[in-house]
Design a protein around this ligand. Sequence first.
Ligand SMILES: Nc1ncnc2c1ncn2[C@@H]1O[C@H](COP(=O)(O)OP(=O)(O)O)[C@@H](O)[C@H]1O
Ligand SMILES: [Mg+2]
Length: 255
Amino acid sequence: MKTDTHSKVEVTHLSFYYGDKQALFDISLDIREKEITAFIGPSGCGKSTFLRCLNRMNDEIPGTRLTGLVRIDGQDIYDIAMDVVDLRTRVGLVFQKPNPFPQSVYNNVAMGPRALGMASGSDLDDLVETYLRRVDLWDEIDGDTSQPAMGFGLGQQQRLCIARTLAVAPEIILMDEPCSALDPIATLRVEDLMRELRKEYTIVIVTHNMQQAGRVSDRTAFFWLGEVVEYAPTTRLFTNPDNERTEAYISGRVG
Ligand SMILES: Nc1ncnc2c1ncn2[C@@H]1O[C@H](COP(=O)(O)OP(=O)(O)O)[C@@H](O)[C@H]1O
Ligand SMILES: [Mg+2]
């Protein structure tokens, strides 16, 4: 089926190995620009590994190896000429457990832009405010950015981490089970935020929560033992899956 949406990420024949152990098997899929793509599937099936292939975070793990191609806007991100620091600002990663720096709210957001020389002085102050507003934290803290990030609840910490990711102007935001440590109210706030961000960013979310995939995503990929067995528009995948393993998983019979 052809549509005119632009493929932001094109993955072809991707396999991935931790030493001798193969974790991903010949995965090919495209991720469309300004959509939310969800990865679902049981634990240990390669969702996080795949996500980390998209910004080369796995490079940090010794003994790993990858074959196949990952292209972003047509550019091979594993090409020798690729600047990995630049790649990781273009492709931000939000972790499962909120991990703010044990510093002020201000520093959490300002650190990246400052290090990259993106802004300083009052421009940097404006940038910090912009992204704190973006994640709905500015009013909650009455604009007092001097407070310590660690004093926040987990939901606020996660939104701060999202602000920190946005502050370096990424194009793609990867989220690895970003709500699994959060209560239901905090989860809904992050989901609302994702829907807002979708207008400007390409978002990929790993989630254990199938209802969450249903609520927020445009497309869903079902991972099973290191393979993507089905990848389809979310509504279709949940109502009328092609594959019997997908069916078994979404109906709660396995996984
Ligand atoms: N750092 C690592 N070193 C070795 N094996 C790993 C590492 N991270 C993940 N794995 C293995 O790769 C497979 C996929 O893991 P992972 O990508 O974390 O799955 P998921 O996110 O779907 O739970 C699992 O068998 C896991 O044990
Ligand atoms: Mg995982």
